[in-house]
Design a binder for this molecule. Structure first.
Ligand SMILES: Nc1ncnc2c1ncn2[C@@H]1O[C@H](COP(=O)(O)OP(=O)(O)OP(=O)(O)O)[C@@H](O)[C@H]1O
Ligand SMILES: [Mg+2]
Length: 319
């Protein structure tokens, strides 16, 4: 009900500011379940088998950027990947969905703001920057308002951000996900035909352990894994050029155990952080940097993955 009000204004614009998205403590308490109850419910849902995953109209491929762990660079990867895909294939239509309804950071990192408009079909028009179509909960609720989304509300919010947005035509939709292995991932995996997930991690054993949980979840949900993106692999001393493995060096071993290929590895770089936090991804701000080159390579590999998958599906249909 709350979301209906949020999304459908009467004058063609979205009436977001008139609804305070902060749910009162009493309604949160009503929705509260113990972790055991949630796990049991999740296992039951998964056990029932997956519902039919309906494609998004006009969207050819969907790629998730995920990790169990927070703060490892998922959004940085998703933003740069989407921009790099547009840069290397300018004729292709690329979208970026910020599925982190709890802490949306795509608006800042893609330098987009303002209320999205509704089109004649009552669909929300994505905002465009760097040639990439973007949508985020951060554009639909005011930045200062705390948002407490639980269970069903997360699913309703994702339904709006996917099926009530004029995404098509799109060759690829890159989806940035929140940390954890919760309702968002379950909802996306159950409802959308996801072509593949990229798993982002740092080389820290704590991060890798949580990443493994994410990988297990995707395997259970039958979401194909494209591979691992190692972020913040090491830092280089600006004075002597020595490589410092500040977060350890466990990625290779863990990737082998998870049977995942490390498809790209990014070192810690202050410029990266500065670019992304100022709303100009490295692909555009520092096109000659090693990071930009690696993001273009990553984009290439994702395009190849999609092409191979399309060919396999076409061959399977012929047989
Ligand atoms: N390779 C890098 N070098 C330097 N800083 C980086 C690098 N990658 C990411 N960062 C910085 O680390 C911080 C966290 O990155 P980001 O927001 O992309 O992580 P996240 O996994 O999406 O976090 P969350 O789980 O909160 O959504 C950001 O300030 C970003 O600028
Ligand atoms: Mg993020």
């Amino acid at each position: 009900m709350l979301l209906q009000k949020v999304f459908h204004g009467t004058n063609g614009k979205l009436l977001i500011s008139c609804v305070n998205p902060l749910i009162t403590c009493s309604s949160v308490a009503r929705l509260k379940h113990t972790q055991n109850e949630l796990n049991e419910h999740r296992a039951k849902v998964m056990g029932r088998g997956l519902p039919e995953r309906k494609p998004l109209p006009g969207v050819k491929s969907i790629i998730l950027v995920a990790s169990g762990k927070g703060g490892v660079g998922k959004t940085t990867t998703a933003v740069n990947l989407a921009c790099a895909m547009k840069v290397i294939e300018p004729d292709k239509e690329i979208g970026l969905l910020d599925a982190d309804v709890f802490g949306p950071s795509v608006p800042l990192m893609m330098n987009i703001s303002g209320e999205p408009m509704l089109n004649d079909d009552n669909l929300i028009e994505p905002l465009l920057n760097y040639g990439v179509k973007c949508m985020s909960m951060g554009l639909l609720v005011s930045g200062e308002n705390a948002v407490v989304w639980r269970g069903l509300m997360v699913m309703q919010a994702l339904e709006r951000l996917t099926r009530h947005v004029a995404w098509g035509p799109l060759d690829c939709l890159v989806v940035d996900t929140p940390p954890g292995t919760g309702d968002t991932h379950l909802s996306l995996a159950q409802n959308l035909p996801i072509d593949g997930a990229l798993v982002v991690t740092t080389p820290q054993s704590a991060a890798l352990q949580v990443t493994r949980r994410g990988v297990n979840m995707f395997e259970k949900l039958k979401v194909p894994l494209i591979g691992m993106v190692e972020n913040m692999s090491h830092a280089i001393c600006p004075k002597c050029g020595t490589k410092n493995f500040v977060f350890g060096n466990e990625t290779k071993k863990s990737a082998e155990q998870m049977r995942l290929e490390i498809i790209e590895s990014f070192e810690v770089d202050q410029n990266m952080s500065d670019c992304i936090n100022s709303g100009k991804p490295a692909i555009y701000a520092l096109p000659d940097s090693i990071h930009a080159e690696k993001y273009r390579q990553l984009a290439n590999k994702v395009f190849k993955y999609i092409e191979n998958k399309d060919n396999e599906q076409a061959n399977a249909k012929k047989q």
